[in-house]
Design a protein around this ligand. Structure first.
Ligand SMILES: [Zn+2]
Length: 435
């Protein structure tokens, strides 16, 4: 198994250096084809989102492939990534590879592959802006939002705009669709679940709930579990650029989809962050049309420190996905604080419904939050000491209740942000760990 993985990683690297225009400049970094494959990868730079915007598609398609012809015949399509206009790029989608990546990833959670079989009836609840090339804003009938076995529930770019009628409609469509898999942005599903719980609207439970698109807060899980009971709720990690990279197994750990990607982690430098935590670099495997090596997805992960009891040992096992690199905040002594750590610190505060931590400068932190009616004071009182202990005794913590916290232009929510500039690349050690 390990041999197959290493062989696939070496083949991908050789092919990229030989035949893919973007990597021509990378040849001088390669210590040579006789060197161990992990060492060869660790010697390479990373591909950034800026590189994708500048060189996709042609720079990343092997030069002996007829890209134009494949687009004309429909074998390939160009899809746009989510994000703001300046973040967005056009990605080459080879659907058979994407489907194979999804099916393989589904085997990493027991029973999920029986549901994700290419024919599953699937309801999607996310921003209407980020489901591939499909856009469903405005009043459309359920039939107009149904694409074969897929139903897109949402029609508004921010769940703060949902009315009670909107939410009743989505629940009734979900129930009528005979949904096997509900794929949802956790922030969106949490709002819908809260509505169902508060109004006692019954939801017909699907076989699985898969959370994707953005970091699932413990607060989201709690609200979702209230309504979905013993339905398995798992987190599925991937992106438009990379396909399906990690799946959360029945024990809560994340396992790597080793047949379709290589994963490397560049840990934090010791002065800046915790051991075993770092930024994720993804390499696509077995994709005949796109060569992505060490792509910095922009997310942080924490490696598990022991094997998972489920027995899956291939590739990396993660304790958690820790949120986006750009959403890091910093303790008063300069240590980086991931969204995952922040979220853990605020876990279990009664009445807390949504939050965003804004770090204004090196010592001023403002927690903007939305709470259940009447619980503003108790939420603030619980949050204050937790944040003090997370950011340090010198930290100046301010709590600020809000009526609502808006989604970003991309439709995603940010749980944390800094209002000053810092250099992300300097936080991480070069190279990258491998299993
Ligand atoms: Zn496991």
């Amino acid at each position: 198994m390990r041999d197959d993985y290493e062989a696939a990683c070496a083949a991908e690297l050789d092919a990229a250096l030989d035949r893919v225009p973007f990597y021509k400049e990378w040849r001088s970094f390669d210590p040579g084809r006789d060197a161990p494959v992990d060492r060869r990868y660790a010697a390479l730079p990373v591909v950034t989102k800026r590189d994708l915007r500048a060189h996709m598609p042609k720079g990343f398609v092997p030069c002996d492939r007829d890209f134009k012809g494949a687009v004309e015949t429909g074998e390939l399509e160009l899809v746009s990534t989510s994000g703001t206009t300046e973040d967005r790029s056009s990605i080459v989608r080879h659907q058979p590879w994407w489907d194979a990546s999804e099916h393989a990833a589904a085997r990493l959670h027991t029973g999920l592959d029986r549901v994700i079989n290419g024919m599953q009836r699937e309801a999607v609840l996310t921003t209407p802006l980020c489901a591939g090339n499909v856009c469903h804003i405005g009043d459309l009938t359920a039939a107009e939002r149904t694409l074969g076995r897929l139903l897109f529930l949402n029609q508004k770019p921010d769940p703060n705009q949902w009315t009670s009628d909107d939410m009743d409609r989505m629940i009734s469509e979900l129930n009528a669709f005979d949904t096997e898999l509900l794929e949802a942005d956790p922030a969106y599903l949490a709002v819908l679940a809260r509505h169902a719980a508060d109004r006692a609207v019954p939801i017909r439970r699907p076989h699985f709930v898969s959370l994707t698109y953005e970091f699932p807060s413990r607060m989201h899980y709690r609200q979702i579990r209230r309504v979905f009971g013993d339905t398995p709720v798992l987190s599925s990690y991937g992106s438009t650029e990379t396909g399906h990279v990690f799946t959360q197994c029945e024990n809560g750990k994340f396992h790597q989809n080793t047949a379709y990607c290589r994963a490397d982690v560049q840990p934090f430098r010791l002065a800046y962050g915790e051991a075993h935590t770092g930024r994720l670099l993804v390499t696509l495997l077995r994709n005949p049309w796109v060569s992505l090596l060490r792509f910095d997805v922009g997310d942080l992960v924490r490696l598990a420190d022991a094997p998972c009891p489920c027995g899956r040992t291939a590739g990396l096992t993660l304790e958690s996905i820790e949120g986006r690199t750009r959403d890091l905040t910093f303790a008063a002594d300069g240590r980086a604080v991931t969204v995952g750590r922040l979220d853990a610190a605020l876990d279990g505060i009664d009445g807390l419904l949504a939050y965003q931590l804004e770090q204004h400068d090196r010592e001023l932190y403002v927690l903007r939050f939305v709470s259940e009616p009447g619980s503003q004071a108790t939420v603030a009182a619980q949050a204050q000491p937790r944040l003090q202990s997370l950011y340090g005794p010198e930290a100046d913590i301010v709590t600020r209740p809000e009526a609502a916290l808006a989604a970003e232009q991309s439709g995603k929510f940010r749980l944390a942000r800094t209002l000053f500039a810092w250099d992300a690349a300097a936080l991480f050690t070069p190279g990258g760990s491998t299993p």
